[in-house]
Design a protein around this ligand. Structure first.
Ligand code: ADP
Ligand code: MG
Length: 235
């Protein structure tokens, strides 16, 4: 795909809950291959925007296009599984009755070419989860479960990856390692990324292109060019 082609386009998106406006005339676009960060205080509507993009909510007004195809408007919505998106929720949301490998393969049913299995192998190594493949989610640590949920999202080679605060509640050292992994893997697999966080260190590390959501509106902000991790600041 042409690197500069527009993958996601959002037009004048509006969403209210119980007559309270959460999102007002949100508009932005993401080009193929870009990583963008979406910031904003707690309660500003980040997860609402995420759920609209993945198709779990319908807008009151406005449109969402994926590769020029209308996928969401007030009148129609393409279901989430037809959007070919990789999704990492704030909570890893693994299937408790399936082991790690089944969790990953389940996400890519019907796509059984050799090429994809080689790719899954690579994802498993990149996310350092090979020793965990037979384990069930209940015995995974927080960091392990998140690595599995990221691997699961990458396994189907989504055209767009969305992560909603994927590193919340992890200790600093683990967070730094996972940030490095996410950046390396999305670059290596040429994945377009929308990364939601309220943490400036994460935001600076993932991308220079950053938007802030506040009082229902979205503005582009400068995050500076210090791509350091929080542990780099320690003596
Ligand atoms: P963020 O992810 O930025 O913390 P959210 O998108 O989760 O914010 O929530 C934005 C606001 O919308 C909050 O005030 C939240 O309480 C409200 N909200 C979110 N989902 C619903 C819902 N299903 N029904 C009513 N209010 C909701
Ligand atoms: Mg949220």
């Amino acid at each position: 795909m042409n690197q500069s082609s527009v993958l996601l386009k959002i037009n004048q998106l509006c969403k209210s809950y119980e007559n309270r406006k959460i999102l007002e005339n949100i508009a932005f676009e993401v080009k193929s291959g870009e990583s963008i960060v979406l910031m904003g205080p707690s309660g500003s509507g980040k997860t609402t925007l995420f759920r609209l993009i993945i198709g779990l909510e319908m807008p009151d007004d406005g449109e969402i296009y994926l590769e020029n195809r209308l996928v969401s408007s007030a009148k129609e919505s393409i279901p989430p599984f037809q959007r070919n998106l990789g999704v990492v929720f704030q909570n890893p949301a693994l299937w408790p009755h399936m082991n790690v490998l089944s969790n990953i393969l389940f996400a890519m049913q019907k796509k059984d070419t050799k090429h994809i299995h080689e790719f899954v192998d690579l994802v498993i190594d990149e996310m350092e989860i090979r020793p965990l493949l037979k384990a069930y989610p209940s015995r995974l640590s927080g960091g392990e479960a998140r690595r599995v949920s990221i691997a699961r999202a990458l396994a189907s080679r989504p055209r767009l990856m969305l992560m909603d605060e994927p590193l919340t509640n992890l200790d600093t050292a683990l967070k730094d390692r996972m940030l490095e992994m996410i950046k390396r893997v999305t670059r290596e697999f040429e994945t377009t990324l929308i990364y939601i966080t309220h943490d400036e260190t994460e935001s600076r590390y993932i991308s220079d292109k950053c938007y802030r959501l506040q009082n229902g509106t979205l503005t582009r902000i400068e995050v500076g060019n210090r791509h350091c991790l929080s542990s780099d600041k320690l003596p």
